[in-house]
Design a protein around this ligand. Structure first.
Ligand SMILES: [Zn+2]
Length: 187
């Protein structure tokens, strides 16, 4: 859908959360609940940030990521618009997987402006969900093709190499990048 020419070369250069923050400062203005991005998700998230930027166009509408995290073996990309109530996100764990739904907070559409906002919000929601699905198939550590590994109990999406490394005594090297950390240390 929002595959736009010219963005691909642009996103290839982003190799870290800090790169993305520098490129789209408004998207990282107030991450109320914090951002924890796995290193392996950078390519997926960079594409998402670029697509969101294109969907918003000139008017950024106070858009920002409110929380990025790992949940049920995939990335979660939650966003808000400053001054608007966020939609409620419901996750229901089912035998076959997790059912994820968005429950809109309000749907009072009274003007063309409201309608245009709703369209933008829905388009971004769809992009975020597609990115979440994409993270189910990339290694948290390196971004290569991967699948879920229950390992010692906690489900992580890992490629064969990092799955093997997880079994080693030293385990996996830190692979989380968080936002409000200026000292560049890992969590
Ligand atoms: Zn890997």
């Amino acid at each position: 859908m929002f595959k736009l020419k010219g963005t691909e070369m642009n996103t290839q250069q982003a190799t870290s959360l800090k790169d993305l923050q520098a490129r789209y400062p408004y998207q990282f203005k107030d991450p109320e609940l914090g951002i924890a991005l796995a290193k392996g998700w950078v390519v997926v998230f960079a594409q998402l940030c670029a697509d969101v930027d294109q969907v918003l166009g000139q008017d950024k509408r106070g858009f920002h990521w409110s929380q990025v995290k790992n949940k049920f073996g995939s990335g979660r990309f939650y966003f808000q618009f400053t001054g608007r109530q966020p939609d409620l996100r419901l996750d229901i764990q089912m035998p076959g997987g997790v059912l994820s739904q968005v429950v809109p907070f309000e749907r009072r559409i009274r003007s063309d402006q409201d309608r245009s906002f709703e369209q933008v919000k829905t388009a971004i929601q769809r992009l975020a969900m597609l990115a979440e699905v994409a993270t189910k198939r990339v290694c948290l550590v390196c971004g290569k093709e991967a699948s879920q590994d229950a390992g010692t109990g906690y489900v992580l999406v890992l490629c064969p190499e990092h799955r093997a490394q997880r079994q080693q005594p030293e385990g996996l090297h830190p692979f989380w990048e968080t936002l409000r950390d200026d000292k560049d240390d890992e969590v």
